[in-house]
Design a protein around this ligand. Structure first.
Ligand code: AMP
Ligand code: MG
Length: 328
């Protein structure tokens, strides 16, 4: 209705005004004074924090969630609260997120320079779980030259004429790079299972194939880190409604999203079994609380930082004795 729509536009206007005020311009371009949009954003967050000086959020408090989110082989999704906030203060978390992303960017530079290892982030979740927003939040601050984002939609006819990993393997990150998958090979044990696109005798053996595949990647120097964005059914309703009501988000909505929503419990069961069957030391799953975007963004950034620190990339040794060279 026009009223809802008006309210929603007003809400977006307010959000944009606040974002401008808080973060400054969001462009990543390097300006003539040598600063980047990201630095401006950081400065903006620091300015905001001057109004909320009371709540520092330590690295240890941030890192603690990595363990808490990591899934093991008997994970119960029902035991993970989508509204979890880990005791974080919202303002502190919003201030810290770009700083953690900054650490990620620093590690990314080394990963790139070293050119030995790579990182694959897999993002899964139902519609409106926040896959796109998570990617924006992590990307905002990374060097785009070292990151590739790939979204996987319904397979083409040619893709269907191959094994289910054929279209995936090609997009795994080369040495030095980070790849982000917006959906992935997991769709082949999620939507394919729930919608009964192929019989169980076909999809069930895929868990083992996936474990083998990710072990192959890991052995070749690719750290595989998988995120399930855990939103509540009520929050999905709210976000889908927002999509329908906002002129600039309506394009994302497809009627099929409601069919998937009607199969909520089947999807949850499919996610849970997929995570249980494929969470390994080489390629762990993380269950990320998804209802609060600021919790989600910081938890994901912290987890990525944790895994890059495990890789521990180093700048290569320079050619000998270049310290004394003076460029004429
Ligand atoms: P979106 O991520 O909203 O752009 O939608 C992509 C759509 O592609 C979703 O509805 C997925 O369920 C669907 N999709 C992705 N991978 C597969 C797959 N392997 N088989 C069938 N459908 C898929
Ligand atoms: Mg969609």
């Amino acid at each position: 209705s026009p009223t809802r729509c008006g309210a929603s536009v007003r809400r977006i206007d307010q959000r944009l005004a606040m974002r401008r005020q808080v973060r400054g311009p969001t462009s990543l371009a390097i300006r003539s004074d040598g600063t980047s949009g990201h630095e401006t954003a950081l400065a903006g967050y620091r300015a905001v924090m001057d109004d909320h000086p009371d709540d520092p959020l330590s690295d240890a408090e941030i890192d603690a969630v990595v363990e808490r989110c990591r899934a093991d082989g008997d994970v119960e999704l029902g035991a993970h609260d989508p509204r979890e906030r880990f005791g974080w203060d919202k303002h502190a978390a919003k201030r810290r997120a770009p700083e953690v992303v900054d650490d990620v960017a620093e590690l990314q530079k080394k990963l790139y320079a070293e050119g030995r290892s790579s990182l694959l982030m897999v993002l899964q979740g139902i519609d409106a779980a926040g896959k796109g927003g998570t990617i924006r939040s992590v990307m905002n601050g990374l060097n785009p030259a070292g990151v590739v984002v790939h979204g996987f939609g319904a397979p083409t006819e040619e893709e269907l004429d191959h094994d289910f990993l054929w279209r995936i393997h090609h997009h795994t990150p080369r040495r030095g790079r980070i790849a982000i998958f917006d959906r992935s090979h997991y769709e082949d044990v999620l939507v394919v299972r729930v919608k009964q696109i192929v019989p169980e005798s076909v999809w069930r053996p895929r868990y083992d194939r996936i474990v083998d595949f990710e072990e192959l990647l890991s052995g070749a120097g690719t750290s595989v880190v998988k995120f399930f964005l855990n939103v509540s059914k009520e929050k999905q309703r709210e976000r889908l409604q927002d999509r329908i009501d906002s002129p600039d988000e309506r394009w994302k909505f497809r009627a099929g999203d409601l069919d998937d929503r009607a199969l909520w419990d089947d999807y949850q069961a499919a996610f849970q079994e997929a995570i249980r069957r494929t969470t390994t030391g080489a390629a762990p799953w993380y269950v990320i609380p998804g209802d609060r975007k600021w919790v989600r963004n910081l938890a994901v950034a912290a987890t990525v930082r944790h895994h890059l620190r495990l890789i521990d990339p180093q700048y290569p040794e320079p050619e000998e004795d270049i310290e004394d060279i003076v460029v004429a």
